[in-house]
Design a protein around this ligand. Structure first.
Ligand code: KG4
Ligand code: ZN
Length: 335
């Protein structure tokens, strides 16, 4: 079954054609340059940019393959979670195309896309999925594809959001996760001690706002222009603690939460971080499970992952009524 998938939940305009877990084409137009100067995603700018590009991106995804619209079997689109006015753009287009081509429509949860982004036929279920992005930090129990339960999520900032804010405090631009990684690799994490989030809490959850505040105080206390060495050391400290918290909570969920799991699936933009992947790999060896990461280009937002999730939904006959499909900005994966 060949599926055209569309993703416009945030600041990437994406279209892909997939067949099962095979990605036949996967086109991403990143709007980062448009949002950069504002230090974050501006919804109205995202909406307009999606509107301006979407047709081009969809055509590119289809033409790259040389297939004709008649050869496609379904149209899939991210219905949430995400920015309402951005989601709307993709949904409107998906509806129009499904109608024009007389194809079924499939509404996909964006987080489910990240969950299946690293899927291979070897993955054994039940599994645990760790999604770390700019908007989400979630551990999700995956009984099987389509059956989910959120086990831990962030109470405040997402990991990517926290890294971006820390990077901004250091003047590293937006989004700063990747730049912070580069600086952290050059720094010494022991020079500036930061608190480990939720160190004494028994709760299964993530929290990054306390770490962010402590980091802000640390930088303010220095009260001077930061040298390159200071910046590197501060970046190393923040990244170290942020990842330590993530790994510690993931270990606890795997070992102590009582959920039976075979494998760990990882997805989301922050997992593009080499250091984080090393830490996750170490953890998986320590607890004796296999870990699966997305292939290159599938960490951040893309429509390929939406098409993969849609393929499984199609197998289960889960299609959407074009008259009823609507944006779900706060759609939980387990709802
Ligand atoms: O999955 P994604 O593209 O979009 C969302 O769904 O949010 O994730 C974007 C996030 C940003 O916070 C960005 O700073 C972070 O992923 N990111 C990284 C790296 N590359 C992207 N964080 C740490 N290290 C990286 N190498
Ligand atoms: Zn995402």
């Amino acid at each position: 079954m060949k599926i055209l998938a569309i993703e416009t939940s945030c600041d990437e305009t994406c279209a892909a054609v997939t067949e099962g877990t095979n990605i036949l084409s996967n086109v991403v137009y990143s709007q980062i340059d448009l949002h950069k100067e504002f230090g974050g995603v501006v919804p109205s700018i995202a909406k307009r940019a999606h509107e301006e590009r979407i047709e081009l991106i969809i055509n590119k995804a289809i033409q790259e393959l040389g297939v004709r619209s008649q050869e496609l079997d379904a149209v899939a689109v991210t219905a949430g979670p995400g920015l309402a006015i951005a989601l709307e753009v993709g949904i409107r287009y998906a509806k129009e195309l499904a109608k024009k081509w007389n194809k079924p429509l499939i509404a996909v949860n964006h987080i489910e896309g990240h969950v299946v982004s690293g899927l291979t036929p070897e993955v054994k279920f039940p599994a645990m999925a760790l999604v770390v992005s700019g908007g989400h930090t979630e551990l999700i129990w995956v009984e099987k594809i389509g059956q989910y339960k959120i086990v831990a999520r962030t109470m405040d900032d997402a990991l990517g959001e926290a890294l971006d804010k820390a990077a901004r405090m250091l003047g590293l631009g937006y989004p700063g996760g990747a730049e912070l990684e580069k600086r952290a690799a050059l720094g010494n994490p022991k020079i500036y001690p930061l608190p480990l989030p939720m160190a004494r809490s028994k709760e299964l959850a993530f929290s990054y706002s306390g770490l962010k505040t402590a980091f802000y105080r640390l930088i303010s206390a220095k009260g001077q222009v930061l040298s390159a060495k200071d910046t590197n050391d501060l970046a190393a400290s923040f990244q170290k603690r942020a990842f330590e918290h993530l790994i510690r909570m993931t270990r606890r969920v795997i070992q102590d939460s009582g959920f039976m799991i075979h494998d760990l699936l990882v997805g989301g933009g922050v997992a593009a971080n080499t250091k984080l992947r090393e830490e996750i790999k170490k953890l998986s060896e320590e607890v004796g499970i296999n870990v699966y990461f997305p292939q290159k280009g599938m960490y951040g937002d893309n429509a390929g992952m939406i098409g993969i999730a849609a393929g499984f939904k199609a197998e289960r006959g889960e299609f959407s009524d074009p008259e009823k499909i609507d944006r779900l900005p706060r759609w939980r994966i387990d709802e």
